[in-house]
Design a protein around this ligand. Structure first.
Ligand SMILES: Cc1ncc(COP(=O)(O)O)c(C=O)c1O
Length: 426
């Protein structure tokens, strides 16, 4: 039945994969040579292995799920993996539901060449931007109202831009939704190795939750995971990513499509050697998480000193920062005005929430991992100065009667001991 949910492109046979050129590869997979266990088998003379990446992905999931390398398709980064999945699962004009805020690149990766649509699942700060059944159902109804056929939900776990991991409960909600509506679930887990809280962080893979689901076998063909080494190994330039799917038709179609975004044999060879060193990868991931946690703490602390709060997070290379108290009005225009000030006057390139389709003005994403600790300190000092001077400088607001103007949030700002700054704005 899940097969019926694929796109025409995934189901058709026009790729030319049936030529003997490709069939030789398939024969090798059925009967691989091994000097000890299968000395008469076929010797592979051109294709690198997916095993090392599958093992590494399992390692990042605490070895609680075993990934089958045959279900893995290598792609030129997650960008390509996400687009390939949409090509496999949707026709132009069909839709995927995405929780907001989401990674701005998805508008390009999921929609641009595929012709598919995105319908937002509106998440809000009132519950820390958590995904609820109600919000998912609402987005589904909205899509139907727009006459869009929904083919699935796509989440990023851990989230870019929130820096939070989905809870087991949120994932179960999504799995149940996929079953109830007969749709797919794509989980982009590109930040899996950045989950820094505690030993394993709060991160749990959709694969692990699916494994424990009573309808596991019904889910296997509709759950797809996207991964890449761009974040966890800091290798975006290598363009190594993958999609992992329990749906054989999706794997077959994606393998054909991967012709358009291959990872070079040399790159595969190098990375297979690197990833096969399990001691190295374990030490690398642990040290990476330790440094991310440290840097994250430095940013949160520095922001706090400036009187700025952010969403509590447990993963990722960024924080989701609440700058609502700095807005002159509760609007996206005011958010853009603040953004322009921060970029052009303060000299910090940060991303406004509206670029991530956040439904509430005043949230910004701040990356902390792409600079030295000294540079982060310079950035924090600039921000602290900006916040402080915005209070002293008597900006463009005439001081009124000394009471906070506009949004109630100003009261919260004052509680932070920065009342004078907010009365006048900046
Ligand atoms: C959630 C998410 N998916 C995909 C990508 C693209 O990654 P890649 O470099 O592997 O194409 C990014 C990059 O920032 C991302 O944040």
């Amino acid at each position: 039945m899940v097969q019926m949910l694929l796109s025409r492109k995934a189901a058709c046979n026009a790729h030319g994969q049936d030529s003997s050129y490709f069939l030789g590869w398939e024969e090798y997979e059925k009967n691989p040579y091994d000097p000890d266990t299968n000395p008469t088998g076929i010797i592979q003379m051109g294709l690198a292995e997916n095993q090392a990446l599958a093992d590494f992905m399992g390692q990042l999931r605490g070895n609680k799920v075993e990934l089958e390398w045959r279900n893995l398709v290598l792609t030129a980064g997650s960008t390509s993996a996400n687009e390939t999945l949409i090509f496999c699962l949707a026709e132009p004009g069909e839709a995927f539901l995405l929780p907001t805020p989401y990674y701005p690149g998805f508008d390009r990766d999921l929609k641009w060449r595929t012709g598919a649509d995105i319908v937002p699942i509106r998440c809000s700060s009132s519950n820390g931007f958590r995904i609820t059944k109600r919000a998912v159902e609402k987005a589904y109804r909205q899509a139907r109202k727009q006459s869009l056929r929904v083919k699935g939900v796509l989440v990023t776990n851990p989230s870019n831009p929130l820096g939070t991991s989905l809870t087991g409960g949120e994932i179960r909600t999504l799995l149940d939704f996929a079953l109830a509506k007969d749709v797919h679930l794509i989980s982009d887990e590109i930040y899996a190795g950045t989950a820094f809280a505690g030993s394993g962080g709060g991160y749990v893979s959709v694969l692990e939750v699916m494994q424990g689901h009573p309808l596991h076998s019904d889910l296997a063909g509709r759950v797809h995971v996207v991964y890449s080494l761009s974040k966890d190994l800091g290798l975006p330039g290598f363009r190594v990513g993958a999609l992992y799917s329990g749906n054989a038709a999706v794997v077959a179609a994606a393998t054909k499509m991967s012709s358009f975004g291959l990872v070079s044999s040399q790159t595969q060879y190098l990375l297979a050697a690197l990833l096969s060193d399990r001691d190295f990868t374990a030490r690398y991931v642990a040290e990476n998480k330790r440094r991310i946690a440290e840097r994250h703490g430095r940013l949160v602390e520095g922001l706090r000193r400036a009187g700025v709060e952010c969403l509590e997070s447990d993963a990722g290379l960024f924080c989701w920062v609440d700058m609502r108290p700095l807005l002159l009005a509760d609007t996206f225009e005011a958010e853009m005005e603040l953004w322009r000030k921060v970029v052009y006057e303060v000299g910090l390139n940060i991303s406004p929430g509206s670029s991530c389709h956040c439904g509430e003005p005043g949230w910004f994403r701040l990356c902390f991992a792409n600079m030295t600790a000294d540079t982060l300190d310079v950035a924090l000092r600039r921000l602290q100065d900006f916040v402080a001077s915005s209070g002293r400088g008597g900006g463009r607001h005439p001081a009124t009667d000394g009471r906070p103007r506009g949004p109630i949030r100003l009261a919260r700002w004052m509680m932070m001991g920065l009342s004078s700054s907010c009365e006048r704005g900046y």
